[in-house]
Ligand binder design. Structure first.
Ligand code: LLP
Length: 406
C-alpha cells in the first residue's frame, strides 16, 4: 500500500483493518469499463464492508448499493449513495423495513417469496404508492462453490422457482401498487467458473423474453454478486469475460445490467494486522498466539476459509504453526499450518484478503472491543472507525435501569 506498516501499527495499534481505497477504485473501474457501452449499474454489496467512509467513497465513484437490511439502506443513503441506485434484497424483511424502504423511494425492493409480495403490496397500498419491485429467481444451477455461500440451487432458501416467478410477475403487473421492473438472481459467492453464470443468465434471460411476450417489460437485469477473488491460488474470472457472457445472454433485450459485487471490490483491498503475543508448543504442535481472534475475523473459523498470513520483516527458517487468538474456543484460529519464521512478542502478522466480510462479521464475543479501521488513500492514512472502548461496549446495558436487582 506504499505506507510503512510498522509506523501505522505504532499509530493505530492492533488488531487493525487496513484498506487501500485506491485499489477499491481500480476494481470498481475495471468492472465498470468491462460493461462500457452498455447500460450498467454497480450496486455494491454493502454486507461485504459497510464502513461509512467506504460507502461515501463508492458514492463518489458513482456506485449504487445492494442492501439486505434497512440499516444498510440507511448507511447507503447517509453516505450519499443516490436513492435511485439502491436495492433492498433479503429473504425476510420486517413490515417496518418495507415501509421505510418505500418511503425513502429507493430503486427496487427485491422480492423473494409470494408472501413477501403480499406484504409489500399491502404496505404500498397503505402508503398510497406504487412499489418498484424485482423478483429473485432461483435458476437452479450449481455455482460450484462452498455450500455455505452457494445460493442458486432449489435446496437453498433464496428466491423463487421460475414458474412461481412468472405468476408473481403476472399478478404484480395487474396490481395498482406494484410495478415489476426488475429481475434478480445470485447463484453464490466466490465464483471462479463462468459456466454456471452463463447458464443462469441464459435461463433468466429466457424468462425475461417470455415476460416481454405478455407485455411485462423488465428494465433491470440483476445478476447478483459473487465474482471470485484470489485468496490462495485461484484463477478468478476476468471482468471482460464476465461482461461478455452476460451481454451475450441478454442479446436483443433492452436492459440495464445490475451487478452486486462485494468481495470483488473489497477482499484484496484490505488486510488484517495482528501482533504476536507469544509462541507455545503442545507436544509437536506449534502455536502462534496473536491479539486478533475469530471475533475480529470469522471467516477461517466459520468456513475454514484460507487467508494467507505473513510475518512482517522477519527472517529465519519457516516451520508450520497454527495462528490462534485469545478467544475461548478451539475453533478460534486465523490460519492452520502456516509456514512462519520464529516469532517474538510484538512481531506483526499480516492476514491478507481481509477487506470483505472481515469487519462486518466481527462481534464483541468474549467482551473484546471491535477493532479500528484505517483507509489508505493517495499515500495517506485516515482513521475511518475508531477502536471501540469498554464504555462503548457496555453503553446500552449501563443505560438500563438495574436498581430492580439491588
Ligand atoms: N448479492 C447477493 C444477493 C448476495 O447474497 C451476496 C452475498 C452478494 C450480492 C455479494 O456477494 P460477493 O460479491 O461479495 O461474493 N460471509 C461470506 C459471504 C456471504 C455472501 C452472502 N451474499 C464470506 O465471508 O465468504
Amino acid at each position: 500500500m506504499g505506507l510503512d506498516i510498522k509506523t501505522l501499527v505504532k499509530k493505530y495499534d492492533t488488531p487493525l483493518y487496513l484498506y487501500d481505497f485506491n485499489r477499491v477504485e481500480k476494481q470498481y473501474s475495471s468492472l465498470k469499463e468491462a460493461f462500457s457501452g452498455k447500460k450498467s449499474l454497480i450496486a455494491y454489496a454493502v454486507k461485504a464492508n459497510s464502513n461509512l467512509s467506504l460507502l461515501k467513497y463508492l458514492a463518489k465513484l458513482g456506485s449504487g448499493a445492494d442492501c439486505v437490511s434497512i440499516g444498510e439502506v440507511k448507511r447507503a443513503l447517509k453516505a450519499g449513495i443516490k436513492k435511485y441506485k439502491i436495492i433492498f434484497s433479503g429473504v425476510g424483511k420486517r413490515d417496518s423495513e418495507i415501509r421505510e424502504a418505500l418511503e425513502r423511494d429507493i430503486l427496487l425492493i427485491n422480492l423473494e417469496s409470494e408472501a413477501e409480495m403480499e406484504r409489500v403490496e399491502i404496505i404500498a397500498k397503505e402508503l398510497g404508492v406504487e412499489a418498484r419491485i424485482s423478483i429473485r429467481v432461483n435458476p437452479n444451477v450449481d455455482a460450484q462453490t462452498h455450500p455455505y455461500i452457494s445460493t442458486g440451487l432449489r435446496e437453498n432458501k433464496f428466491g423463487v422457482d421460475l414458474d412461481v416467478a412468472k405468476q408473481m410477475y403476472i399478478y404484480a403487473k395487474k396490481s395498482e401498487n406494484l410495478n415489476p421492473i426488475g429481475i434478480h438472481f445470485h447463484i453464490g459467492s466466490q465464483l471462479i467458473e463462468l459456466s454456471p453464470i452463463k447458464e443462469a443468465c441464459e435461463i433468466v434471460a429466457d424468462l425475461v423474453r417470455s415476460l416481454e411476450a405478455i407485455d411485462i417489460d423488465i428494465r433491470f437485469f440483476d445478476v447478483g454478486g459473487g465474482l471470485g477473488v484470489v485468496y490462495n491460488n485461484e484463477t478468478p474470472i476476468n471482468p471482460t469475460d464476465y461482461a461478455l457472457t452476460i451481454i451475450r445472454a441478454i442479446k436483443g433485450l433492452d436492459l440495464t445490467i445490475v451487478m452486486e459485487p462485494g468481495r470483488y471490490l473489497m477482499a484484496n483491498s484490505g488486510i488484517f494486522l495482528t501482533k504476536v503475543l507469544y509462541e507455545k508448543r503442545n507436544g509437536d504442535k506449534r502455536f502462534v498466539i496473536v491479539d486478533g481472534a475469530m471475533n475480529d475475523l470469522l471467516r477461517p473459523s466459520l468456513y475454514s476459509a484460507y487467508h494467507k498470513i505473513e510475518a512482517l520483516q522477519k527472517d529465519g527458517e519457516k516451520s508450520p504453526a497454527d495462528v490462534v487468538g485469545p478467544v475461548c474456543e478451539s475453533g478460534d484460529f486465523l490460519g492452520k499450518d502456516v509456514p512462519l519464521p520464529p516469532l517474538d512478542h510484538g512481531d506483526i502478522l499480516i492476514v491478507h484478503s481481509a477487506g470483505a466480510y472481515g469487519f462486518t462479521m466481527s462481534s464483541n464475543y468474549n467482551s473484546r472491543d471491535r477493532v479500528a479501521e484505517v483507509a489508505i488513500y493517495n499515500g495517506k492514512d485516515y482513521l475511518i472507525r475508531k477502536r471501540e472502548s469498554f464504555s462503548d461496549q457496555i453503553r446500552l446495558e449501563e443505560s438500563c435501569d438495574s436498581t430492580w436487582i439491588d
